[in-house]
Design a binder for this molecule. Sequence first.
Ligand SMILES: [Mg+2]
Length: 184
Amino acid sequence: MKLKKPILGVDMDDVLADSYQQSLDWYERDFGIKYTKEELEGQYLGDVIAEDQIDIINSYFFTEGFFRTIKPIDGAIEGMRLLQEEYDVFIVTAAQQFPQCLTEKNEWLDEYMPFIDWQHRIFCGHKYFLDAKYLIDDHAYNFEYFKGSPILFSAPHNAGETRFFRVNNWEETLTYLNVTSKII
Ligand SMILES: [Mg+2]
């Protein structure tokens, strides 16, 4: 097999799948309190809620259906389709921390991004092994030993991060990666 396109790694939670919003939605369902991402800029939900609620929101990540029912981030599906034309696109996502999430993430990709085949789905822990030209991720710690070009995808919890190149949405991502001309 000959590699022709540059390798691009793409994280899943809070880049493709709106995991942060899923936590806000489940919290509202359970406690009747609605927070918005704008209100929580620079923070995690766990930073602002009552201490005795923290175990409950942490349990969401172990709950069947949490990862499977997350909504895609605006523009992510079409963005990934377009990126695939110019890049060798790999999903690179931590998936073994919560036992059920590996299966649910795989099913989520089958539903929303079936054009990403199984050979391009990397379910992993650390990401510093990755030898890619670019990595799109919302967690700055994934860039600390990354040798390619980091692309920090904005999420409420990374609002204060200034060390890495940032994109605020999928439109900016595609512009940076030079695939916007294909959007009609
Ligand atoms: Mg993430």
